[in-house]
Ligand binder design. Structure first.
Ligand code: NAP
Length: 250
């Protein structure tokens, strides 16, 4: 159990926080006392509703629109947060998309779009927060990858490659930043009930999950809250924590 208010006085940026897992993470970090920046790319109304919920719970929050597939928008996002909040203590790289299709027929633009948001975006956000975090000698970076990045998945070569890349990026940046008090970890969800998974064949997938159900966004957010909260997870870095109902065991 992570005690409430462990993140009081800290600022957390969650990318793709208007819906699904990112929304649950933003709410969790708000419950833990952080000021939360709710990033989104198109769902303005939903992002504002996440902000309102965090405000109601007694923490501060605001929303910023920025496309995590665009370097200039990421630079502006981080600059705006630093100007407005003066710090970024927790970065959760959550924004992600899918453009599924068999590799032989996969369009180059679908490969690029997924790698761009799901991998390049994580690199660009991490690089942009690195300097302020190194300066403050403290920070938590949590990257949302996927079990698909560990096991591969037919029809998701682009997504699996990007999510595997996120794991390599997590481990490398954990090694680079460790001496400055910054931890970098990844969360690898299995199948979680969100818009992203609503069209999948539930029966077929459920048979591969030992715990027998899809996960919830709140269950992923619980693991993120643990990694973000100081001092609970201070000695954990470079790790991939699976929240997958036992689907992938290595
Ligand atoms: P989701 O319900 O489709 O929500 C995606 C979120 O990302 C939305 O808030 C969306 O905001 C935002 N987003 C998408 N493209 C963006 C962009 N270019 N710039 C900024 N924000 C963007 O997806 P989810 O299921 O919550 O997935 C969240 C993360 O978990 C992703 O990284 C995904 O790969 C990962 N994951 C999910 C599952 C699962 O089973 N659901 C499993 C493993 C990993 P807008 O609506 O404003 O565009």
């Amino acid at each position: 159990m992570v005690p409430a208010a462990l993140l009081t006085g800290q600022t957390a940026l969650v990318t793709g926080a208007s819906r699904g897992i990112g929304r649950a993470i933003a709410l969790k970090l708000g419950q833990l006392g952080a000021e939360v920046i709710v990033n989104y790319s198109s769902s303005a109304e939903q992002a504002e509703s996440v902000v309102a919920q965090i405000n109601e719970s007694g923490s501060k929050a605001y929303a910023i629109k920025a496309n995590i597939g665009e370097e200039s928008e990421i630079e502006l996002l981080i600059k705006t947060v630093l100007e407005r909040s003066g710090q970024i203590n927790v970065l959760v790289n959550n924004a992600g998309i899918t453009r599924d299709g068999l590799l032989m027929r996969m369009k180059t633009e679908d490969w690029q779009a997924v790698v761009n948001v799901n991998l390049n975006g994580v690199f660009l956000c991490t690089r942009a927060v690195a300097r302020p975090m190194l300066k403050q000698k403290q920070g938590r970076i949590i990257n949302v990858t996927s079990v698909v990045g560990i096991m591969g998945n037919a029809g998701q070569a682009n997504y699996a490659a990007a999510k595997s890349g996120v794991i390599g990026l997590t481990k490398s940046s954990a090694k680079e930043f460790a001496s400055r008090g910054i931890t970098v970890n990844a969360i690898a969800p299995g199948f979680i009930t969100t818009d992203m998974t609503k069209d999948l064949d539930a029966q077929e997938i459920l048979s591969a999950i030992p715990l027998g159900t899809f996960g919830t966004p709140e269950q992923v957010a619980g693991a993120v809250g643990f990694l973000a909260a100081d001092p609970a997870a201070a000695y954990i870095t470079g790790q991939v924590i699976q929240v997958d109902g036992g689907m992938v065991m290595s």
